[in-house]
Design a protein around this ligand. Structure first.
Ligand code: 6PG
Length: 266
């Protein structure tokens, strides 16, 4: 495999997407840089299609460390000028219960690596209020905002054009950690999820919202993710499958962009 080449177990994800084919697949890249470059290409193309078809691009960002490379690429040539930032609306899939300037804040990471570097209107950036004294209140506020923004009637679900997700070594995604209550949530759009093993509460979108996306893009890199990735793609017992494997939009696509280290056990 040449440098930059990707090992695809199916047709190129980009061409399949461009042809409007439904797809759930995994593509392996030599490293995080190559993986992030492909993710940036998919991000920009998805944005262009959404703006052309619906006049706006609604994207849900992921936190953690992996997407930082992608965000930096989106803030630079060639992607920065390709994306119609004035038509983009930015949301988050989850947030830690910390102020927006805290080093752990997912909002802060996206602000510093991307949002402070592109011409996006401040009102189009919709962070989750991690600093709230009462996380459940912050969840309720965000749910109200989502329902208003997406003009939802009761029971309706927001449909994001793109949701970026990562995966932890334990197979969590967003802040849907194994054996936590949020995984079972079927009614609310976002909840405050107690995560005992971290001795903290996280704010996270729920599976109904993630599974209503037009496109979910997982970015997974690093050897520590290999066992969980094997669990996603090779575990058959539902109970043993990691939370990330529960993200599979019925009326949308899910694409896994992974590096070779993470794919080592597949
Ligand atoms: C978070 C993310 C979380 C993240 C995984 C992977 O708030 O941390 O939403 O789901 O995507 O923990 O994190 P890394 O990219 O840092 O490995």
């Amino acid at each position: 495999m040449g440098p930059g080449a990707a090992r695809e177990n199916q047709r190129s994800p980009l061409s399949a997407l461009q042809n409007g084919e439904a797809m759930r697949n995994i593509t392996t890249y030599p490293n995080l840089i190559e993986l992030s470059r492909q993710a940036a290409r998919i991000f920009a193309d998805t944005a262009a299609r959404a703006v052309k078809e619906r006049g706006r691009f609604c994207v849900c960002l992921s936190g953690g460390g992996t997407p930082r490379t992608l965000y930096s690429m989106l803030a630079a040539a060639p992607f920065r000028s390709e994306i119609s930032w004035s038509s983009a609306y930015i949301f988050w899939g989850d947030e830690r219960c910390v102020p927006p300037d805290h080093p752990d804040s997912n909002y802060r990471m996206a602000r510093d690596s991307l949002l402070s570097k592109v011409p996006i209107p401040a009102g189009s950036i919709r962070p989750i209020r991690g600093a709230a004294e009462n996380p459940a209140e912050a969840a309720s506020e965000y749910e109200t905002m989502l329902k208003s923004f997406f003009d939802l009637n009761s029971g309706g679900l927001p449909r994001f054009d793109l949701i970026l997700l990562g995966m932890g070594p334990d197979g969590h995604t967003a802040s849907l950690f194994p054996e936590t209550e949020a995984i079972e949530e079927t009614r609310r759009l976002i909840v405050a999820n107690r995560v005992p093993k971290l001795e903290t509460t996280r704010l996270t979108l729920t599976l109904p919202v993630l599974n209503n996306a037009a496109l979910v893009l997982f970015l997974v890199a690093g050897a520590d993710k290999a066992p969980a990735l094997k669990g996603v793609f090779m575990e058959t017992e539902r109970d043993d499958r990691p939370p990330a494997s529960l993200v599979d939009p019925q009326d949308g696509d899910v694409m896994w962009l992974v590096d070779q280290e993470a794919a080592a056990l597949l």
